[in-house]
Design a protein around this ligand. Structure first.
Ligand code: PAF
Length: 282
């Protein structure tokens, strides 16, 4: 497995793969890999002839007071994990390689990006769409893999691929959880012992919401309020949002019907964590 940092170099290798008729899978990540990422890489390995994992902490998707500087990084550990999962190349560019001096073109989406994380992090999805478009153009994958934990991101990327005519299949993969239910996230590493215990309220709220919907509750406010009560009972937790939206439009719904996304973002101390469930109600 190779670690490549130059756009020209990775392009040459992928062109050669394509000349040989090989199918290419891309797993975009910001590194500090965990079992969630590994499940994406393994899926990509099982469905493609060659797999590229990009590891790039993308500055444009972080707001001014967010954790870009402190975001955890460990390329040595990441490369060992990628190799064991069967990846062929890690694309690990410098910021100056991805955003050379003078770069001033961004990919911007309206509508889908206004709700949920887009409301609390107004420039986040512009950064995500821009970097993912660039990664798609650089690596020209046949297939790309994203985690369902960032359900809004997955919906945004699927829409972007459709709207901008990228010839790429997007696959969403299920949330991978710790044994006690906490969704795996690189940001879990920020939590101290007490916060780690408190972070379980996210899973408790999600489990409660899901049971209510499964048991036939169709009033979104009832579900949201029960979930909020659970989170508010934890002194270290502060709600950013608890919302139920239409899976296709990301607009809030008052009646739970069709395919819905119930998504939450909660601060545990200074760490912002997200979780969600999707339901299809006939
Ligand atoms: O989900 C992530 O890790 C990032 O948002 C992504 C898709 C790699 C873009 O930087």
């Amino acid at each position: 497995m190779k670690i490549i940092s130059a756009v020209t170099e990775i392009r040459e290798i992928i062109k050669e793969w394509k000349r040989n008729g090989l199918k290419v899978g891309l797993v975009p990540t910001m590194g500090y890999l965990h079992e969630g990422h590994l499940s994406l890489i393994k899926k990509a390995v099982s469905e493609n002839d060659r797999v590229v994992v990009s590891i790039f902490v993308n500055p444009t998707q972080f707001g001014p007071n967010e954790d870009y500087e402190t975001y955890p990084r460990d390329i040595n550990k990441d490369s060992a994990l990628c190799e064991s999962a069967g990846a062929d190349i890690i694309f690990h560019p410098e910021v100056s390689e991805m955003y050379p001096k003078g770069a001033c073109t961004y990919v911007n989406m309206t509508g889908l990006t206004d709700a949920l994380c887009g409301k609390s992090r107004p420039t986040h999805f512009q950064g995500v769409c821009t970097v993912v478009s660039k990664l798609f153009n650089i690596t020209t994958p046949d297939n790309a893999y994203f985690g369902q934990k960032d359900a809004q991101q997955l919906a945004v990327i699927k829409r972007m691929v459709k709207d901008l005519n990228f010839d790429i299949n997007i696959t969403g993969c299920p949330i991978i959880r710790e044994e006690d239910g906490l969704a795996k996230s690189s940001r879990n590493t920020y939590l101290n012992e007490e916060e780690r215990k408190a972070a379980l309220v996210l899973h408790s709220a999600i489990t409660c919401g899901q049971s209510l919907v499964n048991d036939g509750e169709r009033n979104a406010s009832v579900v949201i309020n029960r979930m909020k009560d659970i989170i508010n009972a934890e002194p270290l937790a502060k709600i950013d949002y608890v919302e139920i939206v239409d899976m296709n439009t990301m607009e809030s719904v008052s009646v739970i019907q069709g395919e819905i996304l119930c998504a939450i973002a909660v601060y545990i101390g200074k760490t912002r964590l997200i979780d969600n469930f999707i339901a299809n109600v006939g």
